[in-house]
Design a binder for this molecule. Structure first.
Ligand SMILES: [Zn+2]
Length: 361
């Protein structure tokens, strides 16, 4: 892709650019990316020019076209030849539905890794801590076709060392392994990583049922992601989740993150003030579920995510199936600049079908 050097500054310092400057720069970059994708991906160009013929007149980020994220389940959307694809990501989606298929070339995969690294180290520092992965030990056995959990674990594992899996292949807790890990790394903080529902259902609930708790070293951190859908179904609040982590594991620093297989690398991490931060090379826009017009700060609607990172597939502007609200711009007490948001959960299926089908681009 053209002009990747321009991304370097924002990749290195993902929370240093004020919103106004960012919005302008990102608009130019994404408009260019849109043109490049339309040239390189025929199915994308067809949708773009059929459904949104006037997109070239867009002058602001929120006027740029988007694809419904569900389209990656229905069509193979790649903008590079098969020979240049180094990895295929599959997002699990809803149970029983076809997974999304995302095709990465080397450039896109590299940008995603660098972006992720700069975001995560901004929150946890550059030192690689011993890392306990709350997932099954055979998760990464097939690296060519990774599921969303596998892709996340692979991406985040670079931030730790002495990787240890807390669960056996059948998802049962490997207590011996965890205790050996704790004995070996008792002096310094460690890093825990897992999908939110896996941490809850396969670690915390099972430990509680058995009356067991663990004490991780002071200063240890848990990063978790993958959405609240299953926890919301069980009426588990974010506060209750955090409190349980504190009492059952002795961990005070908990970072949720919002991200998806369709835009790996542009994750929104939760800071100590409970807000999800949008990095400089990405944006979040919240839209009215019925009109799809952008909503002002504080109002709940459908989340659209934009990212400069994808080069090998047209995934730079996606209307997600999640609802949430923008919380602020350049005003989080943690000092990070840019937009912050809150994610509330999934859009009900009926509304979702409506917006995917009637406004494809
Ligand atoms: Zn913050």
């Amino acid at each position: 892709m053209a002009d990747m050097d321009a991304h370097d500054a924002t990749l290195t310092a993902p929370f240093a650019e004020p919103q106004a400057a960012k919005a302008q720069r990102l608009f130019s970059a994404l408009r260019l990316l849109n043109q490049e994708q339309a040239k390189a991906c025929a199915p994308y160009a067809n949708m773009l020019y059929t459904l949104h013929p006037t997109w070239q007149e867009a002058r602001t980020l929120d006027a740029l076209p988007w694809l419904p994220v569900g389209l990656f389940k229905r069509a193979k959307l790649a903008s590079v030849p098969d020979a240049e694809i180094v990895r295929e990501l599959r997002s699990s989606g809803t149970t029983g539905s076809t997974p999304s298929r995302i095709f990465l070339d080397r450039g896109t995969a590299t940008r995603q890794s660098r972006a992720l690294a700069n975001i995560v180290t901004d929150f946890i520092g550059r030192e690689r801590m011993p890392m306990l992965i709350i997932d099954q030990s055979d998760l990464l056995n097939n690296k060519m076709a990774l599921g969303a959990r596998g892709a996340a674990v692979l991406g985040f594992s670079t931030f730790g060392r002495a990787h240890t899996y807390a669960l056996r292949p059948d998802m049962s807790i490997d207590w011996e392994k965890i205790e050996a890990f704790l004995t070996q790394h008792s002096a310094r903080p460690v890093l825990l990583f897992g999908f939110t529902f896996v941490v809850w259902q396969y670690l915390l609930e099972v430990a509680a049922a058995k009356g067991r708790s663990l004490q991780f070293p002071k200063g240890s951190r848990l990063i978790h992601g993958g959405g609240w859908k299953r926890l919301a179904e069980r009426k588990i609040s974010k506060e209750h989740f955090k409190q349980t982590i504190r009492t059952a594991l002795g961990i005070d620093f908990v970072h949720d993150y919002y991200g998806m297989a369709e835009q790996v690398g542009s994750i929104f991490m939760e800071c100590e003030h409970g807000r999800l931060h949008v990095p400089a090379y990405a944006e979040a826009i919240v839209r009215d579920p019925l009109t799809l017009h952008p909503l002002p700060q504080g109002q709940v609607g459908i989340i659209q995510v934009l990212s400069e990172l994808p080069g090998s597939y047209p995934g730079h502007s996606l209307l997600t199936e999640d609802i949430g609200a923008i919380l602020g711009e350049d005003d989080c007490p943690c000092g990070r600049l840019g937009r912050t948001l809150r994610v509330d959960g999934r859009l009900p299926r009926a509304e979702l079908r409506g917006c995917s089908d009637t406004r494809a681009v």
